[in-house]
Design a protein around this ligand. Structure first.
Ligand code: ATP
Length: 420
């Protein structure tokens, strides 16, 4: 039996993963459970609390009617106890789906997962799919949570893992005590099997949230053993408990290749194209350039919070061939860059301002005339001047935003060859 839950927390109270952990701990005394899942869906969903994540618990045993009723009862009670129903934007949803119905409807569910990653889905669409696959749902208030709850149940590989450590109740809302040096050491020792622990450019711990939620820290990685090793390396406040979730963090599953003519708002894309307008700084500290393929052109933006990444973008020029990874903002229609792959660099030249006759310095005399040598006074046409190839200060390869600006779903470069 699969149990999907989403939209239980607010910025001030609780966390859907904490609820999943409590439920897991209750249910595991009676049943065999699979590793719980924490699945992020379309990051462009407007009414998300933080990272648009839903959870899924899976009971592996064959269950009779009485077991199922008992499980539903436990889940409902926990959701009601650990949801911030007083918050206007918290609209919890629970989805139950039997193992047989899950297996029978694998293709429908796979398709739903892709849709929940790439699109903004209406509530009645999720209801229709749940009914079609023989599931059951419970909605609280507006019940938007069932959209993500079904998404969490439906997810498919690739997966990574996250170890979430939770705080003692008395500490909720108080400042977290995490030793920065121990996080850096942990990061170095467990590389490349853990990721997004520390932002070296901005000198910031990435594993701890800033909200008053029950999470002490979360360590992400691709090997469970490395996560447990890492957990014991972090010094500071003691955790009350921890849970390892299977997740889609760091997998880029929210992105897919699209031609520019097919791009639409609030979705994730990978676009291959030539730069047709040079990067320029705009108000707010953002950097923008235009990329074009054989179907159209679109602006791409590296926003101010991407910090040093903007310096990489500033080095690009017209004619460079790149792939842009990012999500599409509606107004104006632009790609918010998460990562780029530089595939081909345009050769750029500067004019040799030395006179080809005497070696004196050339001075521009306007478009029609060309140049004039200050020393021998000869007029030198533009075509006669030697062009010197300029060494580009950027190389072929991937470039990404720093950890502080990274989305949960964005694949860090360190994982490019480790997860396919
Ligand atoms: P947290 O990360 O703290 O759990 P959150 O960022 O996941 O919070 P939620 O409070 O769960 O945010 O709000 C996201 C809402 O969007 C949920 O109701 C979820 O069901 C819904 N949702 C998820 N994916 C989609 C989608 N593709 N289209 C429309 N709604 C979606």
């Amino acid at each position: 039996m699969f149990i999907g839950i989403d939209d239980t927390d607010s910025r001030e109270r609780f966390c859907t993963t904490y609820l999943a952990t409590i439920l897991y701990d209750i249910l595991k005394d009676t049943y065999n459970l699979n590793i719980p899942k924490l699945i992020r869906l379309n990051p462009m969903v407007k009414y998300k609390t933080r990272g648009n994540g839903g959870v899924c618990l899976e009971i592996l045993d064959n269950l009779d009617k009485k077991d199922k009723e008992e499980i539903k009862d436990i889940v409902i009670k926990a959701v009601e106890k650990y949801s911030d129903l007083s918050c206007e934007n918290t609209n919890p949803g629970i989805v139950f789906l039997d193992k047989e119905n899950f297996k029978k409807n694998r293709e429908i569910l796979k398709n739903y997962y892709r849709e929940a990653l790439f699109n903004i889905l209406p509530l009645d669409y999720a209801e229709k799919v749940i009914k079609k696959v023989g599931g059951e749902f419970i909605k609280y208030k507006k019940g938007y949570g069932i959209i993500g709850a079904l998404g969490a149940i439906s997810s498919t590989p690739p997966y990574t893992y996250e170890l979430l450590a939770y705080r003692e109740r008395s500490k909720w809302g108080k400042k977290r005590e995490i030793d920065e040096r121990s996080v850096i050491e942990m990061d170095k020792k467990t590389f490349p099997y853990t990721f997004d622990n520390y932002d070296y450019e901005n000198k910031k711990i990435l594993i701890a949230p800033n909200t008053p939620c029950p999470v002490l820290f979360g360590i992400r990685g691709i090997k469970i053993k490395s996560l447990i090793d890492a957990y014991f390396m972090v010094k500071g406040e003691r955790a009350e408990r921890f849970m390892i979730f299977k997740t889609n963090h760091g997998t880029d599953v929210h992105l897919r290749y699209l031609k520019i003519k097919d791009i639409y708002p609030n979705t994730g894309v990978i676009v291959y194209g030539y730069i047709v307008e040079k990067p320029k700084d705009i108000e707010g500290g953002h950097v923008i350039f235009k990329v074009s393929d054989d179907t159209g052109a679109i602006d791409c933006v590296a926003y101010e919070p991407t910090k040093g990444f903007r310096d990489v973008i500033r080095k690009l020029t017209v004619g460079d061939y790149i792939a842009v990874y990012g999500t599409v903002r509606e107004k104006p229609l632009t790609i918010n860059i998460e990562k780029i792959k530089v595939l081909k660099l345009e050769d750029i030249y500067k004019l040799d301002k030395k006179c080809p006759y005497c070696g004196g310095t050339l001075k521009a005399k306007g478009r029609k005339v060309g140049y004039k040598c200050r020393k021998c006074k000869k007029i030198v046409g533009y075509e006669e001047i030697k062009k010197i190839k300029v060494e580009r200060d950027i190389k072929i390869g991937f470039y990404e935003v720093p950890g502080v600006a990274r989305r949960h779903l964005s694949k860090p470069i360190q994982l490019i060859d480790l997860i396919k």
